[in-house]
Design a protein around this ligand. Structure first.
Ligand code: SR1
Ligand code: MG
Length: 426
């Protein structure tokens, strides 16, 4: 009997026999599968990631599993997430091909995405832990954010196109639900999957659960996340989803993509940079050794927002595809003033959203299920908990009092002041 083979979780041993006849792979790697070298390199929470190298070149083969890898088969998860990742990569490549891995092949049955193998790029989070400077990071990520968010918003495309694209991504329900629970709700609950540095953070976690202002602010942001289909967002743009060299930057893994609030992506990058900032004290061999590096992280946060703001506005001024703000309505000098005011107000709302989301993303990485290596790799729990308390203190300010920050420099000043607090005040 012949027919399509069913889904099977691939392994280092079975990948070449199962994919050896695939034209797309053979064209890149070479036809002789006995010469293929396969490694499983995935260190994320959800999927298998294989690097396949051969005489002609290499590719990454990412496979979605029917469950959450971090937890196991007790947490089933739809395989369709590969499809959303592929669709997001296609949309992103239209505006920032230099910042997303090239998509070579997709296999629906096996939930596979075959992409460019990025080498010698490293995961940004690992570089930040080592204290490596990335001089173009802010510039590149500002471009990635401005172009992907603008082009998929109602400012960057006709209303009908946007509605069709929204409909396509609306079905990414399960991945959105993970974020709705893990980022916006569980850290403020006694949730089974939560963990934190204990006993050092026991009282802090209890105080967070009792903080009604913080809970309210997080739920208001959750409502935005669920209801504001502003643009196609990456949906999980932490520093483990960014690959870098000194010269290049790539955003990978957009399987959480859907039409949501733009600030969620901007906030993800900012929040993860702040986590890296507070973790530095746990990585230095001598007190003060990473001070200059901490300042570089803050300067990256500031440049990221400033460049993003400039580029997003420039796209708006020059853009013509939108059904909103037609230029004929604003042709005279009063009209030009009005549109400039509208842009200032729009960017201010986006700034406040971004800080709020950054705060939620920081909180979930300290009190929720999935933590970050920046903090987890600090072996001494006393030392780690000091970093974590400082990060939580900023997270609360960003989430509850985002609108009080006049600009990104003010948010950085708050981070600096908290980093100096000994002991941390939360
Ligand atoms: C159960 S999945 C946990 C986290 O891993 C992903 O990278 C997302 O950040 C998700 O929230
Ligand atoms: Mg991921």
């Amino acid at each position: 009997m012949t027919g399509k083979l069913p889904f099977e979780a691939l392994s280092v041993e079975t990948l070449a026999p199962r994919l050896g006849a695939n034209e797309a792979l053979c064209a890149i790697i070479g036809r002789d599968t006995s010469a293929w070298k396969v490694r499983e390199v995935g260190d994320g929470n959800l999927n298998f990631v294989f690097v396949v190298q051969g005489p002609r070149g290499g590719v990454v083969v990412k496979q979605a599993l029917p469950y959450v890898r971090l937890v196991g088969e007790s947490w089933p998860l739809s395989l369709t997430r590969s499809y959303f990742e592929q669709q997001a990569l296609i949309a992103e490549a239209k505006v920032v091909p230099q910042h997303v891995p090239r998509l070579f092949h997709a296999d629906e049955t096996l939930s596979l995405t075959v992409m460019a193998y990025l080498t010698p790029h490293v995961i940004l989070r690992k570089g930040l832990i080592r204290g490596t400077l990335y001089p173009h990071l802010a510039d590149h990520m500002a471009t990635f954010l401005a172009r992907t968010l603008f082009s998929t918003s109602d400012l960057g495309q006709p209303a009908a196109d946007k509605k069709k694209h929204v409909a396509l991504f609306c079905a990414n329900i399960e991945l959105c639900k993970i974020t709705e629970d893990l980022v916006f709700t569980d850290p403020w609950l006694i949730a089974e999957a939560n963990r934190w540095t204990s006993p050092q953070l026991d009282a802090t976690a209890a105080a967070v659960r009792a903080d009604s202002q913080w809970k309210r602010a997080a739920q208001e942001l959750k409502l935005k996340f669920m209801g504001e289909a502003q643009a196609l967002i990456h949906g999980d743009l932490h520093s483990g989803s960014i690959m870098v060299t000194e010269r290049e930057t790539y955003a990978i893994d957009p399987e959480f993509a859907f039409y949501g609030p733009m600030g969620f992506d901007v906030g993800a990058v900012i929040g993860n940079l702040y986590l890296a900032y507070f973790a530095q004290a746990g990585h230095e061999a001598v007190s003060g050794q990473r001070d200059a590096y901490c300042e570089w992280i803050l300067s990256t946060v500031e440049s990221l927002w400033t460049l993003f703001d400039q580029r997003f506005r420039a796209l708006w001024v020059n853009g013509t595809a939108s059904d909103a703000f037609p230029s004929t309505l604003f042709a005279d000098s009063l009209g030009r003033e009005a549109i400039a005011d509208a842009q200032i107000a729009y960017m201010r709302r986006l700034f406040v959203d971004s800080l709020g989301f950054a705060g939620c993303k920081m909180t979930r990485r300290i009190l929720g299920l999935a933590h970050v290596e920046d903090l987890e790799s600090i072996a001494d729990p006393d030392r780690r908990s000091i970093c974590e308390k400082r990060a939580l203190r900023l997270a609360r300010l960003l989430t509850v009092e985002a609108s009080r920050f006049a600009d990104i420099a003010a948010a950085n000043d708050a981070a600096r002041a908290i980093r100096r607090e000994t002991p941390p005040s939360l």
